[in-house]
Design a protein around this ligand. Structure first.
Ligand code: ZN
Length: 252
């Protein structure tokens, strides 16, 4: 573990657990929310379901077209991502645990090693046979050049985005580290998450059980509001920057 997690006279460790709500200001819709794509077009769910994806070349071709045409590719970090990045760069020990696959925490400047992506990353592709990783941009260049279902250049295997599809398990290493962070942190700020999808929900509970101060920033009520020390309903882009600033001041 890092120098930040040594005990005795250390600074309080802050965990930031982010969900889809932190990225809506960047123009990325919440696919699973009430207005989400999966609710509007149940067939679209097949595109991100592992068994369909692996067994049906037409599903893969549709998936690649969806990745190519998805405006989320060009999304930029918003005020909330930038506030998190400033906070992470201020010397306070911070770990970001995110349900998002958009890579916007890193794009805002949070170092990769401080971000745990529970559901993987849509900025990378991974081979389902040899596990080789490469960038989504490179794969989409091949799609643009006419390859409808680009295969792994190492082994010819089926490529997929490096996200956790329906029917796939979360990466046990990432999950294990997230659990450790939830148990060890002094403050957990859950931001833009409904806290209804596992494991994010249980991470919030775990942090509270282990004595962390739990702060929830979310427009809608969550199942953990009752155990939270503070619940903030204001828009994330307005509420998060001053909240993090106050922690920085109090922590030093
Ligand atoms: Zn391969």
């Amino acid at each position: 573990m890092s120098e930040e997690q040594t005990h005795g006279g250390r600074q309080p460790m802050v965990a930031i657990l982010s969900g889809a709500g932190i990225s809506t200001d960047s123009g990325i819709p919440d696919y699973r929310g009430p207005q989400g794509l999966w609710r509007k077009d149940p067939d679209a769910e097949k595109l991100v379901t592992y068994d369909f994806y692996m067994s049906d070349p037409e599903i893969r071709r549709r998936s690649w077209r969806m990745r190519r045409d998805n405006p989320a590719r060009y999304a930029r970090p918003n005020a909330a991502h930038e506030a998190v990045a400033r906070f992470a760069g201020s010397g306070v020990p911070v770990r970001v645990i995110t349900q998002n696959v958009d890579g916007l925490h890193q794009a805002a400047g949070v170092p990769d090693r401080k971000v745990l992506e529970l559901h993987g990353s849509s900025r990378s592709v991974v081979c389902t046979r040899c596990a080789a990783r490469s960038t989504m941009d490179a794969a989409l260049e091949r799609v643009a050049a006419g390859e409808e279902d680009p295969a792994c250049e190492e082994c010819g295997g089926i490529l997929k985005s490096a996200t956790v599809m329906f029917g796939q398990a979360l990466d046990p290493e990432v999950l294990g580290e997230a659990v450790s962070v939830a148990k060890a942190c002094d403050v957990l700020i859950a931001v833009g998450s409904s806290l209804q999808v596992q494991p994010a929900a249980s991470l919030a509970g775990l942090a509270a059980e282990h004595g962390a101060r739990l702060v929830i920033v979310n427009a809608e009520p969550t199942p953990y509001d009752d155990v939270a020390d503070e619940v903030v309903r204001e828009p994330i882009g307005e509420a998060l920057p001053p909240l993090l600033d106050s922690l920085r001041t109090n922590g030093s």
